[in-house]
Design a protein around this ligand. Structure first.
Ligand SMILES: [Zn+2]
Length: 60
């Protein structure tokens, strides 16, 4: 299995530290091609939604 830490969470491409950046919202790497795109925001939301299944929080 591929290490998620080395995979862009938007396009799922393998990334290196010098062509990606950590997205602090989801704490996962995003490549420079996806960074700042609408798709990044959409994936962010999906990741947070899936994480939210494990939490019960009325604050958002
Ligand atoms: Zn990407």
């Amino acid at each position: 299995m591929r290490d998620l830490k080395n995979t862009c969470f938007v396009c799922k491409e393998a990334v290196l530290p010098d062509n990606s950046e950590l997205n602090l919202t989801v704490n996962m790497p995003v490549c420079f091609r996806c960074k700042g795109t609408a798709k990044e925001k959409q994936e962010e939301k999906e990741v947070l939604d899936s994480l939210a299944d494990g939490f019960v929080c009325g604050c958002i």
